[in-house]
Design a protein around this ligand. Structure first.
Ligand SMILES: Cc1cc2nc3c(=O)[nH]c(=O)nc-3n(C[C@H](O)[C@H](O)[C@H](O)COP(=O)(O)OP(=O)(O)OC[C@H]3O[C@@H](n4cnc5c(N)ncnc54)[C@H](O)[C@@H]3O)c2cc1C
Length: 425
């Protein structure tokens, strides 16, 4: 078998248009400058444009060159922090707002996607357990949600499980109807193209090197020149470095890896993942998987938390996982393997904040497609004064004394997670 391509299936399937590849020239000034052209930056830009502001979106890479076009395309309810922990750790009113935001995020993606050809579909989600212990845990989770959030989770086990997953590997499952799938490159490239047509400036290969106060705003020096802006938003998530002093202390870049098979016959793909629900395993080191619009199986996950693992090795690991779940795919080749960076925070919550007048929003864990769209929009509404508060700006953004910018503790954290996962198998 040929080795897989080490590039994203999504961006090969939907490449950047010439307009997007070229991007805009850097203007001399604007109302708002956004650092980072992922879904957070784009969703914010959309809101600024609607509010009549002139916007410049700057990226060090190609436009949408971070995680946003290459992720699993799964728009899932909830936050990285479990709903149970959110309701246990925050005041009931705040916890409810966080929960509502996570559900509303799916609606906001649907709203944005409605103007873009991007295969958006409310196909629902599927959480899978492996063993007897998981049967109890998933039942408990269903009961907890029924009482605390009202989420419409359905429990499946025994003979019934085959109606939701074409595999004998799993002991139990929870399904819910709200989550959605989207083609992430079509979604984000389509939005970026809309913004360029609406005269936002989207500037690729313009790494921001410094942001300094100047007059009533900021002077932003990039690799392509300087732009002056009244307001600045930093939306760099898993690619955050030391541009804004102190910001990196609250954000930990984590690697995530995906692989896809060749397209399967549609009947086979439907038998393996009926209804194309967005699936994940009930583990700390979870796998997420789904069908692509052309009926490949996309499998995602990671061997540890590093963003720099070998791609071909990761492709083999993910391929083995596909065969473990679906043995009949043993001879089906993996065609693409790729990775990107997401961002974790110490409380597993996303945060909106300001440092020295510079706004930021980041820290979505693996939920950034929905939450990045939602918080990008929300932070822009705060910045233009359309709203005056956000729950994500009201909680402390935690730091740890032992972390400045090098996440030396990740291997130990990964080993701990593995042990916890092994004991729950
Ligand atoms: C393989 C993979 C699978 C995933 N699957 C899912 C999923 O199925 N569902 C989901 O909800 N989430 C998923 N995620 C997470 C999700 O993709 C991210 O949370 C989301 O894309 C974050 O969007 P963002 O716009 O905040 O950041 P990004 O899209 O990462 O964009 C940040 C940008 O900032 C730019 N930047 C950084 N520093 C500078 C600078 N100094 N100057 C200029 N530009 C700069 C970077 O170049 C980058 O383009 C996945 C992530 C990965 C990697």
């Amino acid at each position: 078998m040929n080795p897989p391509l080490t590039e994203s299936f999504w961006t090969e399937d939907r490449p950047r248009s010439d307009q997007l590849a070229a991007g805009s020239d850097l203007p001399a000034d604007c109302d708002v400058a956004i650092v980072g052209s992922g879904i957070t930056g784009l969703a914010a830009a959309r809101r600024f444009v609607a509010a009549g502001k002139s916007v410049v979106v700057l990226d060090s890479l190609e436009l949408v060159g971070g995680a946003s076009a290459v992720n699993g395309g799964m728009v899932i309810y909830g936050l990285k922090a479990s709903a149970e922990s959110v309701f246990a750790n925050f005041a009931p009113g705040l916890a409810q707002e966080f929960w509502d935001a996570s559900m509303r995020a799916i609606d906001v993606v649907e709203e944005v996607a409605s103007g873009i050809e991007c295969d958006f579909s409310r196909s629902g989600s599927l959480e899978l357990g492996y063993n007897e212990r998981d049967v109890g845990l998933l039942q408990k989770e269903q009961a907890w949600h029924r009482q605390a959030t009202g989420l419409d989770l359905k429990f499946h086990s025994g003979g019934n499980i085959r109606s939701v997953i074409g595999s004998d590997r799993f002991s139990a499952a929870l399904t819910e109807p709200n989550s959605a799938g989207v083609h992430p490159a079509k979604y984000t490239f389509g939005l970026a193209e809309q913004l360029m047509e609406a005269s936002a400036s989207l500037v690729p290969h313009a790494a921001v090197e410094s942001i300094e106060h100047s007059g009533r705003g900021f002077s932003i020096r990039t690799r392509r020149g300087t732009v002056v802006a009244r307001q600045v938003l930093v939306a760099t998530n898993g690619y955050t470095e030391n541009l804004v002093p102190g910001l990196r202390r609250g954000v930990i870049p984590i690697g995530s890896y995906s692989a896809v098979t060749e397209p399967l016959p549609p009947e086979l793909a439907e038998r393996l993942i009926p209804g194309n629900r967005m699936a994940w395993t009930a583990r700390r080191f979870l796998n997420y998987f789904r069908r692509t619009p052309d009926n490949r199986i996309l499998m995602g996950g990671r061997q540890n938390l590093s963003p720099d693992l070998d791609l071909l090795k990761s492709g083999q690991d993910l391929g083995r996982r596909i065969v473990e779940f679906f043995p009949e795919l043993e001879d089906v080749p993996i065609t693409h393997v790729w990775n990107g960076r997401l961002a974790a925070t110490f409380d597993l919550m996303p945060h909106i904040g300001t440092i020295d007048g510079i706004w930021y929003t980041l820290g979505y864990g693996g939920h950034g497609l929905g939450l990045g769209t939602y918080l990008g929009d929300e932070v822009a509404r705060l910045m233009v004064g359309e709203i005056h508060r956000s729950p994500f700006a009201e909680i402390e953004h935690p730091h740890r004394w032992y972390y400045r910018s090098r996440p030396w503790f990740l291997p130990a954290a990964a080993a701990g997670y593995r042990i916890l996962d092994r004991f729950s198998r």
